[in-house]
Design a binder for this molecule. Sequence first.
Ligand code: ATP
Length: 319
Amino acid sequence: MIEVQQLTKRYGPFTAVDGVSFNVGKGEILGFLGPNGAGKTTTMRILTGYMPPTEGRARVAGFDLQEQPVEAKLRIGYLPETPPLYPDMTVREYLRFVARIKGVPAAEQAARVAAVMQRTHVADMAHRHCGKLSKGYRQRVGLAQALIHNPDVLVLDEPTAGLDPKQIIETRELIRSLGGDHTIVLSTHILPEVAQTCQRVVIINKGRVVAEDTPENLTARLQGAASVYVEVDAQGADAQAVLAAVPGVTSVTVSAQHGAATGFEVQSERGMDVRRSVAQAVVGAGLGLVELRPTRMSLEEIFLQLTTTDTPSEEVARA
Ligand SMILES: Nc1ncnc2c1ncn2[C@@H]1O[C@H](COP(=O)(O)OP(=O)(O)OP(=O)(O)O)[C@@H](O)[C@H]1O
């Protein structure tokens, strides 16, 4: 549904977006994750036809944003970081106005406005002036205007920025509920947001894509089973020595004590899954195996590793 190929945007001598490529399948929710200044907003603006790229191309629903901008834009709903509301219009007036300029047929406008107000839970604010709305409602009305022409694709730039925790949960639920019917690209610098809302994540830093995968796979790919937590009932035996003798294990450290059971953090050579041999060794030595699980990096740790590493980030991500 969305194809982005080698997008580059230069502001004078400064390269804000540098050869970014990604695809988004129909009905998918893609998280576009990066720190402030990474190039997210610039990419969103190119993707929505608000700004031309210096190089590269973007297609939405098969339409090239530069060659067929009208057809492409008809299929896109865009929620910029600051929703473009008119303070003196009521919510209903504003949505009617947006429906008109987005080309919704006159006979369908009232029904469309009612439907999106329902969907985004703003119907109770229909007669409130946009300028008098709370931040949470402003964001929802922003989402309503993006949805008004029932676009295939929704591009949401930092949709939960500035919301309180309750509003954040509601907005994420709303976005999740829109996936499937709509293809969604959501930009954010909030790591748990992608894990909770998106099926796939593109991580961008300094204008470049440093990783792309599902939140689960990204964690697994970086860490694999390189670290496992093993808890054993170690009465009368040197559990640490048993674990250290397992082929591939590089270090064993005590990390917890629960009564008679001791928890160990077992590191292994990269790419080696030692879980089976650890289990066999523990049981073979007559120790009780209480728990065995891989310890994975949080998305936060991955992000830090990808963006602060000395090695070129792509190598880290693809290793
Ligand atoms: N019009 C512009 N002229 C010059 N530089 C710009 C312009 N717009 C953005 N930049 C620079 O390009 C880089 C990427 O900006 P962009 O807004 O795309 O990042 P972002 O990832 O969306 O960050 P944020 O979350 O802070 O909005 C930044 O260093 C920014 O200062």
